[in-house]
Each structure stands twice: as structure tokens, then as C-alpha cells.
Design a protein around this ligand. Structure first.
Ligand SMILES: [Zn+2]
Ligand SMILES: [Zn+2]
Length: 170
């Protein structure tokens, strides 16, 4: 990915923050912006870290969607957190910020072509959701290997419902 593309995304994120500052009459620090998001997720907002992560593979092919929707979507998560604390990720506060400040229809999920990014598979233990790579997923299917959660030691089980992404990701 070219540095210029990263710069355009970072400056879009800063512009969104400024828009939110003006609309709400309060200052927000510019977030840290990384390009380390993997899998089918286009972007994620790390609330306490005040950090945004974007998917470089999806970004390379979909800059217009990132500029128009995905960057404001993730910035809105940070703004909602700063203003209202831990609220429902795509609840009314977030939707209101998307509509009234960024003038976007609040979509929960992106519609990008994900054929270039490696699929991941959702598994669940007692305490959290895990995303497994295709290789690990195949090992589980062939019963060659069972994977345990590092936190609760529970055996990971396949989640049958369509995968819910990281709560603040799109
Ligand atoms: Zn666990
Ligand atoms: Zn989201």
C-alpha cells in the first residue's frame, strides 16, 4: 500500500474528529490510526486505546467506500464512547452521530468484496469469541487438533450462526 493512501485515510479520520468536535462543542484528541486489521473486517475502533485499525487489503481496492463510510463509521464509535461511555456498539448514540454529524446512513456491516482476504471462522469458548484461520478450522474439522482458550481453558466450539464480528468492527 502506498503511504499516500494511508495519509488520505488518516487525514479523513482527523477531519471526522474535527467535524465531531465542532458539532458537539468539545475537543477530541486525534486517534491513533493503524493499518493492521485483518480478515473480513474493514475497520475496528479500540475505544480505550483511542485507536482505529483499518484493513490494508480491503482498503487498497475500496478507497471510496473507506472515505465515504468506513472511516466515519469507526470514528463514530470513538466519539460515542467519549460522549456516552460503553453503549451498544451500533445503538442509537452511534447512529445519531453517523446521521447528524457525518450525514451518512448508519450501516452496521460493509458490503465490500472479501474474496481477496483470508476467511476466518468463528469459534466460542466459555468466555469469548475466537476467530480461527482456515488452517486451524480444517484441523478442527479433521479432529486432528482441538484448540483451547488461553483464558478459560475451554475447548473451542464452532459458532453455527453467521459470524458476528468484533463488537466495534464493521
Ligand atoms: Zn475462554
Ligand atoms: Zn461498527
Amino acid at each position: 500500500m502506498t503511504p499516500l493512501l494511508e495519509e488520505r485515510i488518516i487525514s479523513r479520520a482527523y477531519d471526522c474528529m474535527k467535524q465531531a468536535s465542532q458539532a458537539l462543542g468539545r475537543d477530541f484528541l486525534p486517534p491513533r490510526v493503524l493499518f493492521t486489521q485483518r480478515g473480513r473486517i474493514a475497520g475496528s475502533a479500540w475505544l480505550e486505546r483511542w485507536e482505529l485499525r483499518f484493513n490494508p487489503i480491503l482498503l487498497a481496492d475500496n478507497e471510496p467506500e473507506f472515505i465515504s463510510d468506513i472511516v466515519p463509521h469507526e470514528v463514530a464509535h470513538l466519539v460515542a464512547f467519549a460522549c456516552y461511555g460503553k453503549v451498544k456498539p451500533h445503538g442509537q448514540e452511534w447512529q445519531h452521530i453517523m446521521r447528524s454529524i457525518f450525514k451518512r446512513v448508519p450501516h452496521t456491516r460493509h458490503q465490500l468484496d472479501i474474496s481477496k482476504v483470508a476467511p476466518t471462522f468463528s469459534y466460542q469458548c466459555e468466555c469469548r469469541r475466537h476467530q480461527l484461520t482456515l488452517r486451524r478450522h480444517n484441523n478442527m474439522l479433521r479432529k486432528k487438533q482441538r484448540y483451547q482458550c488461553l483464558y478459560c481453558n475451554g475447548i473451542l466450539k464452532k459458532v453455527s450462526a453467521p459470524s458476528a464480528q468484533h463488537i466495534t468492527s464493521s
